[in-house]
Design a protein around this ligand. Structure first.
Ligand SMILES: Cc1ncc(COP(=O)(O)O)c(C=O)c1O
Length: 347
């Protein structure tokens, strides 16, 4: 039997419709702007997000990097949360490759950054201070339990940044999860962001790819930055074809992933040795505590894996499970039963 893989929504496999579209895709040299399928994906993505233009990149990490390097020169800075993916999980690319100063401020448990924290982190113009160019937000917020940041907050944070001459970059790896959970059009949710990265290769199930969206001028400059970091691809229409299917067919169904995450959260809350407040689960990411004394968390994860359920321990006594395409409600029930058996020492 295949394992029930709840490690991440990045484990999703392309759908049959994607594979067929990839097989049939009309392609050309995208570095020369000649790949019709890729050009269509960029146009559709831009339109969907309410931005002038979009740029296809290899990954979410590359999309964030290209955006930050396009906004900042060496020694310039960005304000970002202490739980943000850009800070914690992107190999310090902005600092290493761009000499970008990272001005870190605390994230709240709901993924937001207190506006007063942003305000305080913006320095007065003075030769002693770095030039801070942008505020980076993350929506949904991965390490803050997949929390969606609402339109009101996005608008207020954007207005604050803009009033102080800063740009807003949004790590929207899972922005469609946020839009679906909040029941708002995605364009409204990202309206205050000057650049937005979103991923095709997570809940939307594509094999590869992310998009960076923004003004035509920003995207033209980002295209050069992408080339600089080696991200100019050639017949990338084979990948874009899957992306077009994703934007058409895979967004509305994210609601199912959220419902499965809720069911998983309710079940986990009832298992002795695990702890969770189901009310904190808003999208497809379920963080929960490990309180069992019988075995260390790593042993629990290994035994669970051997019994056919995969998830990740992220931090001491903290576990994460993510629902996604391919995980049905029957898998959730089976995963919960397996967790119980492993904790009771019966599996
Ligand atoms: C919030 C967030 N941003 C960016 C990324 C990076 O995406 P990728 O793995 O495609 O580089 C991830 C990946 O999990 C993520 O969760």
């Amino acid at each position: 039997m295949n394992p029930i893989d709840l490690r991440s929504d990045t484990v999703t496999l392309p759908t049959l419709a994607m594979r067929e579209a990839m097989y049939r895709a009309e392609v050309g040299d995208d570095v020369c702007g000649e790949d019709p399928t890729l050009n269509r994906l960029e146009a559709v993505a831009a339109e969907r997000l309410g931005k002038e233009a979009a740029l296809f990149v290899a990954s979410g990490t590359m999309g964030n990097l290209v955006s930050v390097l396009t906004h900042c020169g060496r020694g310039d800075g960005i304000i970002l949360g202490d739980q943000s993916h850009i800070l914690l999980n992107e190999a310090a690319g902005a600092a290493a490759l761009g000499g970008v100063y990272l001005r870190v401020v605390p994230n709240r448990a709901d993924g937001k950054i207190e506006l007063t924290q942003i305000e305080r982190a913006i320095p007065e113009p003075d030769i002693h201070h770095a030039l801070i160019r942008a505020v980076c937000l993350e929506n949904t917020h991965n390490y803050c339990g997949g929390a969606p940041l609402d339109v009101e907050y996005m608008t207020e944070a954007g207005a604050l940044a803009h009033s102080r001459g800063l740009l807003v970059h949004l790590d929207g790896a899972r922005i469609f999860n946020a839009a679906v959970a909040l029941r708002v059009p995605v364009a409204k949710l990202v309206a205050s962001a000057d650049s937005v990265m979103f991923c095709l290769s997570k809940g939307l199930s594509c094999p590869v790819g992310s998009l960076v969206c923004g003004s035509a001028d920003f995207v033209a400059r980002a295209r050069r930055t992408r080339k600089m970091v080696g991200g100019g691809m050639r017949q990338a229409g084979v990948l874009a074809a899957a992306g077009l299917v994703a934007l058409e067919q895979m967004i509305d169904r994210l609601e199912e992933d959220h419902q499965n995450a809720q069911a998983l959260a309710r079940g986990i809350a009832e298992i002795p040795g695990l702890s969770l407040d189901p009310g904190t689960v808003r999208t497809n990411i379920v963080f929960f505590g490990y309180t069992a004394r019988r075995k260390p968390v790593q042993q629990f994860v290994q035994e669970l894996d051997a019994a056919g359920v995969r998830l990740w321990a992220l931090g001491p006594n903290r576990l994460r499970a993510v629902t996604h395409y391919g995980i049905e409600s029957t898998h959730i029930e089976a995963a919960l039963a397996t967790m119980r058996r492993v904790l009771e020492g019966l599996a």
